[in-house]
Design a protein. Structure first.
Length: 398
């Protein structure tokens, strides 16, 4: 009963604060919104509806999102961040972040369950992740206490017969649930219509890797940025094992990676520490966590977190080791494709453009829509098909 009362009081407080947060957020970011963000006119009802979808998602985060207690515990977070930076500087990883990423061992499957979702058969592969933070890394003991994260999960949609190209789809923040992932990546279209083998792994803190008693995704962006660091490092570790396994055990003639939002950050980093991907698609990307949060937190609240000791600038330095903007692209630029929404209020267009510039301006599509609306944008479907055909994932002889 006590827990329900506490949860109810917290929901009431968040609900009351939501309108003020919206107003402060829009006013604070208005100058940038009017320079690099497509403001819908009153007559453009369709674009307004697309923006509204993004704002509904943001409102849900304010009302029932993750615990933000770490933002109020700035001195502990600062201590962990400074310790991490000291270690990384000693190892030379601040200047050469690729050294932070160890080569993982081959993947050894644990269990394989054959299941069906919306008429589409697939295999649910689980395996022991085997990831551990480096000796001496702060937050390592806490990270290893998240038992659900110690096991990797992948949904495999595989055609019978000779080997075919694989597309590894890396989910966004708050995804990880089977139905959501299948719909979000249009798995039926990719698998049945285009003939691809499709692998959809689960991010740490999401789906079956969710911390018991929390919402899927909680823990990733709640202020404990050492946990954010380890979550990214572990996902990259798991993905490198998965793609190697697809080549060695399934004879994959080609492998593409496709990430959206948080998954786009992961995919972009993966393409910067691992060679050999035939196709890289980055959609509605978040590529700078600190800048992204700054665009959503009103300046008055940011100043408040700084007064409580929260080290925003130092967080950015620490996260260099998992940042696609601090690493060099290892895939051919002609095999890379980006898309983003001109009216995206969750990951603003400047995030997409920052990666596009860093990668030497590969193929880019910007559509008249928001973050969530990528699912229904014709330009996105056309770019995906173009990417798969141009890189040989579709049309390649089996």
């Amino acid at each position: 009963m006590y827990r329900y009362l506490v949860d109810g009081a917290q929901l009431a407080a968040r609900s009351a604060a939501t309108p003020a947060m919206f107003g402060m957020r829009w006013i604070a970011d208005w100058e940038r919104r009017t320079t690099d963000w497509l403001i819908p006119s009153w007559s453009d009802v369709l674009l307004q509806a697309k923006v509204a979808l993004d704002e509904i998602f943001f409102a849900s985060e304010l009302m029932v999102g993750a615990n933000i207690g770490a933002f109020l515990d700035g001195h502990r977070v600062r201590s962990e961040v400074e310790s991490a930076i000291d270690l990384f500087a000693e190892k030379g990883w601040i200047d050469e972040p690729e050294g932070y990423h160890r080569t993982p061992p081959p993947l050894e499957p644990g269990s394989v369950a054959r299941e069906t979702v919306r008429g589409l058969p697939f295999e649910h592969l689980t395996f022991d992740s085997g990831y551990e933070p480096w000796d001496g890394e702060p937050g390592a003991e806490r990270w290893m206490s998240y038992e659900a994260n110690q096991f990797g999960h992948v949904r495999l949609f595989r055609h019978p017969g000779p080997p075919r190209p694989w597309l590894v789809c890396i989910p966004a923040y708050r995804m990880g649930h089977l139905q959501v992932d299948v719909a979000g990546f249009r798995a039926h279209w990719l698998h049945r219509d285009l003939g691809l083998n499709v692998a959809i792994p689960v991010q740490p803190f999401h789906g079956p890797r969710t911390i018991p008693g929390t919402r899927g995704g909680d823990g990733y962006l709640c202020g404990d940025f050492v946990d954010t660091l380890h979550a990214q490092a572990q996902m990259l570790w798991d993905l490198r094992r998965l793609t190697s396994w697809l080549r060695s055990e399934h004879g994959a003639p080609a492998i593409g990676i496709y990430g959206v939002s948080l998954g786009a950050y992961t995919a972009a980093t993966l393409a910067s520490i691992e060679e050999g991907f035939d196709c890289v698609v980055i959609g509605i990307p978040a590529v700078d966590f600190v800048e992204l949060l700054h665009s959503h937190i009103p300046p008055a609240l940011l100043r408040g977190t700084e007064l409580l000791g929260f080290p925003w600038e130092r967080v950015a330095t620490m996260l260099r080791v998992v940042s696609p903007l601090a690493l060099r692209l290892r895939s051919e630029r002609t095999r890379c494709f980006l898309f983003g929404g001109l009216a995206d209020t969750l990951t603003p267009p400047r995030q997409t453009l920052a990666l596009w510039e860093h990668w030497g301006r590969p193929r880019l599509v910007q559509y008249r829509g928001g973050h969530v609306s990528f699912l229904v944008e014709r330009e996105v479907s056309d770019l995906l098909l173009e990417a798969f055909v141009r890189t040989g994932l579709v049309g390649r002889a089996a």
